[in-house]
Design a protein around this ligand. Structure first.
Ligand code: MN
Length: 254
């Protein structure tokens, strides 16, 4: 099996290295990752300026491609340029921090997997909650087992999966729960400060993740209980029921 691996924390992230090593149990891994951190960029792409790529070497050997762009850029380049033949699987992570609730929509990690799904590949985003010192090798080993199990179910081409692991604690994850994505949020936080020259500046979202309201049977809730969560996603944002409702409305015409 051939695997394209990306992330949003950048090519030097410990979660990326751990997952690259662990995924090699399943097949050949090609790493295409952002040269610098891209957390929170969502599905952004680079098209107003060129995308520079350099080769990253470790212990004297080629290790991966470092891309001056977003996770979606990395997957595009991986698919179109660096993987020949095409990969069977696209994996994004391990992200430093969970990607649960509506953070899924901001996540560069999940976006890497979405881009893989666009290309018709089975794609998995992997994130590890923080709070205790993270054990990335253990998380990578667990994630690889989950991916192996998932692949045995023969997921359809282009299927998209969001895997979250609870923070590193003895005995965690307690198991894996297939759950939906939480969608409620309580409030956003923006901290207003003053710089040394008297100008106002803001820090955005520092507490926003913790302020999510946990709904039972969701990724946000179960990860806090010590479970890994697996959420099947789709990128069709259409509200299908409402489309039907709108058909009965008399819309203006020219
Ligand atoms: Mn990140």
């Amino acid at each position: 099996m051939r695997i394209l691996l990306t992330n949003d924390d950048g090519v030097y992230a410990p979660g990326l290295a751990a997952l690259a090593e662990s995924l090699r149990r399943l097949g050949e891994v090609t790493v295409v990752a952002p040269a610098a951190e891209q957390s929170g960029v969502g599905l952004s792409i680079t098209y107003l300026h060129p995308i520079l790529v350099r080769e990253e070497y470790r212990d004297g050997e080629f290790w991966g491609h470092a891309v001056q762009g977003s996770p979606a850029d990395c997957v595009k380049l991986g698919m179109l340029e660096f993987c020949d033949p095409e990969p069977d699987l696209v994996v994004s992570g391990i992200n430093s921090g969970s990607n649960v609730g509506i953070n899924v929509l901001y996540s560069g990690t999940v976006a890497g997997a979405i881009e893989g799904a666009f290309f018709g590949k089975t794609s998995v985003a992997v994130s590890l909650a923080q709070g205790t010192p993270p054990d990335y090798p253990a998380a990578a080993d667990y994630a690889t087992q989950v991916i192996e199990t998932l692949l045995k179910t023969s997921p359809p081409a282009g299927s998209l999966w969001n895997l979250n692991l609870p923070e590193t604690r003895p005995g965690w994850p307690l198991g894996l729960k297939p759950v939906r994505m939480a969608v409620r949020r309580r409030y956003d936080v923006v901290e207003k400060r003053t710089d040394p020259r008297g100008r106002t500046y803001f820090w955005s979202g520092i507490e926003a993740i913790r302020n999510h309201e946990p709904e039972p049977d969701t990724d946000l809730f179960e990860i806090g209980q010590g479970y890994a969560t697996l959420t099947p996603l789709h990128f069709d944002l259409t509200n299908h029921r409402t489309v039907a409702d709108l058909e009965s409305v008399k819309w203006p015409r020219a």
